[in-house]
Write a protein that binds this ligand. Sequence first.
Ligand code: F58
Length: 788
Amino acid sequence: MSATNGFRDDILRHLKYSLGKDEAHAQRTDWRLALSFAVRDRIVDPWFASTRTAYARQAKRVYYLSMEFLIGRLLEDATVNLGLMDQADAIFDELGFDLKDVLSDEPDAALGNGGLGRLAACFLESMSTIGCPAYGYGIRYEHGLFKQSFHEGRQMEAPEDWLNQIHAWEFERPESAFRIGFGGEVRDEHGRAVWTPSEAVIAEAYDTPIIGWQGRWANTLRLWAAKPENMFDLGRFNAGDFYGAAEAEALARTISRVLYPDDTTDEGKRLRLKQEFFFTAASLRDILRRFKSEYSDLNLLPKKVAIQLNDTHPAIAGPELVRLLHDEQNLALEDAIAIARNCLSYTNHTLLPEALERWSEGLMWDLLPRHMQLIEAIDADHQRSHPDRKVAMRGDGDVLMGPLAFGMAHKVNGVSALHTDLMKKTVFEELHRLHPERIVNQTNGVTPRRWVQAANPRLSGLITEAIGDAWIEDLEQLEKLVPLADDAAFRERFDAAKRANKADLAQYFSERDMPVDPDAMFDVQIKRIHEYKRQHLNILETIALWQAIRDDPQGDWVPRVKIFGGKAAPGYFFAKEIIHLINAVADKINADPDTSHLLKVAYPANYNVTLAERLIPAAELSEQISTAGKEASGTGNMKFSLNGALTIGTLDGANVEIRNLVGAENFFLFGMDASEVVARRAVEGHAAQAIEADPRLARALDAVRSGTFGEGFEGIVDNVSGHDYFLVASDFTDFYRAQRDVETAYRDRDAWIRMAVLNTARSGWFSSDRTIRGYMDDIWHARAIAAE
Ligand code: F58
């Protein structure tokens, strides 16, 4: 009781003294901020203790460099991890507020696009839970990922403004700032290269503590904001040149203004490369500063520092660390390269050729002349060691960031077993032959604290009642639920939790003008919109199903709600067409009085972490239908399975491992595997053949082409019936078949719930705690410690 009182007093104290509000006039945001400050107060001591312990033990630190941290809301996560949820609930109840409502006031920090950024956020939380001393390093974007809305079914983009209000979680560190230069020239001074940049900005640190489960350890997410060297030109201002006076600030701030500036123009490319160098260089300087505060021998660096590159966006870390060690610390070039390599490791998240980063050498010379020299030296050094191989880090006038990252890392990892295998056989085939020990696998995972405990309180309460709460930090304990799959009373309660989650979601939809039947099957596909993820396969199957229902409205159909969520990159025209088609199909089908009680399409706009937390607990069917070989891993697939949804999916990414673990009989498999995909593509006219062989597909495509859903979708039809690189047509027939198998299974509610329980029970391996332990053992050689 006294703890509750203390907590309550702190909330009220913050309301009054930090926010300057009295109870009578406080708004929801004031209460949310007061709660955030009171929770933050309870993080600071463990955070200091963690930092002190890491120094006292001379621990190896892990540095996770990522262009994206898709952290979403932080208040609920922190409250859950500190075990304060019940107290907070009681306090707000007494104050006359619904805690949920207060929590939902927090903006969703969307400093990322999708899986890669969300993975980084899950990793931060897991490293804190485990007690692995670590820092996340990234950019403090003023505007995160754009806000999506739909106008006449088309995606509209508006800037996101999460920083327009007080951000309760961060601490500004003006004293931790570095000058980051660009351009200029390199001179040789007595055999030493001296780089004099022609422009510079200041990288200033903002720290957010990330508290682990039960508040035992906290790590830091350090995000860099770009500021000008000289804030303001008073001379120009006084001369009446008000714009000019502020120019330097505006230009500098551009660097940390938006996540993914459009990089189809030269200026956009330049800005993106500047962003990458900006945060990488600031982070490396900070890392070296911390290291040098403890040690003087740079040879110790790989023993004390592990730097993980989340994809190639921070790959300039290789040459930059060599530059710092060689040019600035006077190590011999070979030693600098060897030390840098032993500190660095690189995670690859995609094999799609168009997504592998490359920067023109011209741009590199212009922006980073010294790094370009060093890249030439590193490349030449590697070529000299392997003269008979073609493994250049440059090609066609570009620097190839994948091979550069590979060459400068002591370990390179894929994110699922299949993806790692394909890395060895495709993009990094030659490099793998030369360095067979370098590529390792670390299958992705997700944090159970956010994705089960916090997002699905009904299910987590039930699990804890059944097997105790140790599963929250040892997720494989969920296995103990396996026998309960055969326990009718447990199944009933499991079912009740799912139904209640569905009812909540149905309520949410109905408040947004999308009424749905809470008893229908909730079938969900949420992810970035991309051809390889094949949302168009899903919507074509939806059309075919609609047509089949119209043919036989009295048939024994299973009512379904097809739920979509996701954003398309602003410059990705085809993905935007897919969004438009889904919305057009939704308009038509939802308004059909003969079928709308059986089939609905719901596409809530602005999919983000918060919406995922609402959708996943209510999902019954998880759509993981990418063209085999294209989805590196997927992490949404893991969240669904943990929350008791069954997967319909291809043998792609981590689906393969999910199916192995949950059992083939509890997974709806369809489609070609990765090698069949390659073979099929070589068949002349594969799409036409598939359409010819399947009248349902032909009819669905005809409906789209002939304007049933409105005009303007020829591009999609032409693509699917023509080139069809992602094999939508060729996989359609088997997808349709698998969807009917899903319906057959769903009709037997009891058997379905049994399968759902087994999915939850056997998905414990997909905890990001397990993934982090894998990185710690195989890549970082870092040890967990307990705060003193
Ligand atoms: C994702 N990549 C993979 N990239 O697609 C997914 O399979 C995997 O589970 C996840 O990484 C985590 O490993 C991803 O999210 C991006 O968002 C790119 C960022 C740079 C621009 C292009 C998209």
